[in-house]
Ligand binder design. Structure first.
Ligand code: CP3
Length: 342
């Protein structure tokens, strides 16, 4: 069974020999190979230079033999095409100007991508180096999570600014969500045209919303995106950090796979979704600070704990953290690759 076939069959909940496996943020700072490139190039340069971005995307594939290659990019890059400046600093991304008023919204526009963004060429270059049996994952940020950065302007602990907007001017927040939706739809279409086989949508910060606000400010936009991507014949994986309160809503969202965070039991998530979606996840990312033997045990327990013989993509419950042990990431991937459903 090819990697691509296993990946797509697991998503459709058809029989497979074992779960496919990859890691969110599998390319990045915990890899010496990435750090070596970072000595000479900034993160933005890596994203903007297709040869380098393709190389970084391929590093985890070569090192771990993962079952999917996620394109090296960032969810915030499309904001640059809307009139924002996006800087990636030591302390996290900075988006200017913070979008909190009608006046600033007047200077912001939906991206038209007249000039094809580098991500197109990056995906082409990845594909040229691996055969079509390995799935390439494209990705975007979901509108609420993108808006959280656009409104806050930087990483935030409590998301006071976007919550303030939600309560004081919900109409403006919806206008923002709409132009971001159009922008990310354009950005994902470019990735699909370039050859992305699967699309992951990151709604990382939707987990700060009340369940009824989730239905009002996150779900409708996720749905528009899921429907558009499915129309292109590509499956959609959705990630929400802290997904448990929203399973009933997510079950209505037209997505194919829910990427479950580490706080939620995979089986509970699957049943909460009425088995309508497959699940991805959900080893605690901090487990990769532990020894390879510990990780191997936890990984087997994760697969067996889910208990189904399909409908599961093995992954972490959030992205790989900077100080993770490479040999433990190795143990995670290898344990899944050697696993066989009984
Ligand atoms: O998964 C992959 O290997 C592909 C690359 C990828 C990056 N960012 C590269 C990156 C992906 C899928 C993302 C998604 C992303 N970016 C999300 C959603 C997923 C999540 O983790 O919640 C979010 C919220 C962002 C925004 C962002 N970009 C933040 C908050 C930061 C800084 C802090 C951090 O967590 O790394 C970035 C910078 C960034 N994006 C780095 C990488 C490898 C670090 C840059 C560096 O090398 O210094």
């Amino acid at each position: 069974m090819s990697k691509r076939e296993r990946f797509l069959r697991a998503i459709r909940q058809e029989p497979v020999d074992r779960p496919p496996v990859w890691l969110m943020r599998q390319a990045g700072r915990y890899l010496p190979e990435y750090q070596a490139l970072k000595q000479h190039h900034s993160f933005s340069d890596l994203c903007r230079t297709p040869d380098l971005a393709a190389e970084v995307s391929l590093q985890p594939y070569r090192i771990f033999d993962v079952d999917g290659i996620i394109v090296f990019n960032d969810i915030l890059i499309p904001l640059e095409y809307m009139g924002f400046s996006v800087l990636f600093t030591e302390t996290g991304p900075e988006v200017q100007p913070p979008l909190r008023s009608e006046e600033i919204l007047a200077d912001i526009h939906k991206a038209n991508f007249d000039k094809t963004p580098p991500v197109f060429e990056t995906i082409r270059k990845i594909r040229a180096q691996v055969d079509s049996n390995v799935p390439i994952l494209g990705f975007i940020g979901a509108p609420f999570t993108m808006a959280a950065y656009a409104v806050e302007g930087s990483m935030s602990r409590n998301f006071v600014q976007i919550k303030d907007l939600r309560f004081q001017n919900p109409g403006l927040l919806k206008q923002i969500l709409e132009i971001i939706t159009e922008t990310v739809l354009g950005y994902i279409r470019i990735q699909i045209d370039a050859g992305a086989d699967v699309v992951q949508v990151f709604d990382t910060w939707a987990g700060i919303l009340t369940p009824s606000d989730y239905r009002e400010f996150a779900l409708p936009y996720q749905k528009v995106i899921a429907e558009a991507v499915r129309k292109e014949g590509r499956p959609v994986i959705l990630y929400v950090n802290g997904c448990a309160p929203y399973l009933e809503a997510i079950a209505e969202s037209q997505i194919d796979v829910l990427s479950v965070d580490w706080r939620t039991d995979l089986r509970d998530a699957y049943h909460g979704l009425h088995s309508r979606c497959a699940v991805q996840g959900n080893l605690d990312p901090c487990a990769l600070f532990a020894s390879p033997d510990t990780v191997a045990d936890l990984t087997k327990a994760m697969i067996q704990g889910f208990g189904q013989h399909t409908g599961h993509i093995a992954n972490l419950g959030h992205g790989v953290l900077p100080n993770s042990r490479v040999e433990s990431a190795h143990a995670f991937v290898e344990t899944v690759r050697n696993y066989r459903y009984g």
